[in-house]
Design a protein around this ligand. Sequence first.
Ligand code: ADP
Length: 201
Amino acid sequence: MNSKSEHIHPVFDQLLTREDKEKLLKQKAKVLWFTGLSGSGKSTIAKGLEKTLHEKGFLVMVLDGDNVRAGINNNLGFSDEDRKENIRRIAEVSKLFLQCGVVTICSFVSPTAEIRKMAGEIIGKEDFVEIYVNASLEECEKRDVKGLYAKARKGEIKDFTGISAPFEAPINPDLEIVTEKKTVEESVNEVVNFVLPKIKF
Ligand code: ADP
């Protein structure tokens, strides 16, 4: 407990539990943490996964750069310190969704083992499912979905993961999807099949 939190009066023991929420929703909550290079397929798979799970009756929330960096983290940049703070807040927000029984998909590059470890520790090992969305740098650069690699090569974006900042591939992810050898549908189906037994009530 830090000096700021010691004066907060805890109400958690008076509130309904995560189990109460999971019972209501008839699902088990997990945080599905996608990591991978920009353009590897995280958002594409997250979108397909959300839709499929929703159709099957699951309540799902996707956190990604668009809804997080535009809002709660709009004061953060891409320095080491800010990247770490970005992930810390995302992990804390995910934990709140988890406590509400929601299947939460996080779609962020999250490039280093250190920041993924931090996210896992905040969320809790048993609820943190690490999914490595793997495509080679060459393939991601060829796709260049947002035109960011071209800009990074020209030096217009500094500290760009894969070009001028490191990406450390996860050593022992719970699931790895090699997207350059699959269709989007195949990738989504693979993740759906892997995730379903973990979130079924
Ligand atoms: P990220 O969110 O990781 O930055 P995106 O999902 O925005 O990446 O972009 C990935 C691109 O790769 C999309 O244009 C998508 O259609 C394409 N793609 C090709 N094959 C696959 C696959 N098997 N899985 C996911 N995306 C794929």
